[in-house]
Each structure stands twice: as structure tokens, then as C-alpha cells.
Unconditional design. Sequence first.
Length: 120
Amino acid sequence: MSAHNKPYDLNLAHRECDDPGSGGTIVVDRYGVTVPMAIAASGETGTLGRPARSGQKVVLAAASVSAGADRTITVTGGVGVDSYTSMLFDAADECVILEGVPSGDDHQWTLIVADGATLS
């Protein structure tokens, strides 16, 4: 891959990550990961760990939500200056976009967009 083709090649890269399901951990192992969640039951849970480095991005999207279903994602280290620790998805098409930023000797997520999901 030559340097002038890198943006094009990165644009073609597969960016979807499998939904770990209820009780699972979302793993962000590359730049620009999208997690299309299929939410099937009430009270589903999940975990999102801290980003490994600055600039990592993750899109959490409720791709499908059954009637009365919801999923709460707990975020290790919190999100942004408000330190939100959970995100509730209870309707299809809700999404949250996060980016990794430096935080002391570690990294944390900062909020770019919250469309419909409830952060607390």
C-alpha cells in the first residue's frame, strides 16, 4: 500500500464489530468501529472499556430493538467531563459516537454525538 492510497484503502476497511449481545463487552480494537446492536429483551446490559489510545472512535447503534426491549451500556472510566457512566438504548436508530482522548496517564471517551440514547 503506497502512502497516497492509504486514505482510500482505510475507507474500504471493514469497520463493523460484532454485537457481543447482552452481558457482553464491546471491544474497540481498531480505528472507527461501528457496533450495530440487536436488542431483543428488557434489561439487557453491556460494557465498554476505556479506549487504548487517543483518536479511537466507536459508534454504538441500536440497529434493531424489539418491543419493550432496552440495553444499558456501562462505560469504564466514564464519558467526557460529565463522567456519564451509562448509556441506555431503547429504540431503533438511537446512536452514540465516542472518541478516545488523553485523561491523566490513561485515556477516556469523549462524547461526539448522542442521538436518542439516554446518558447518565
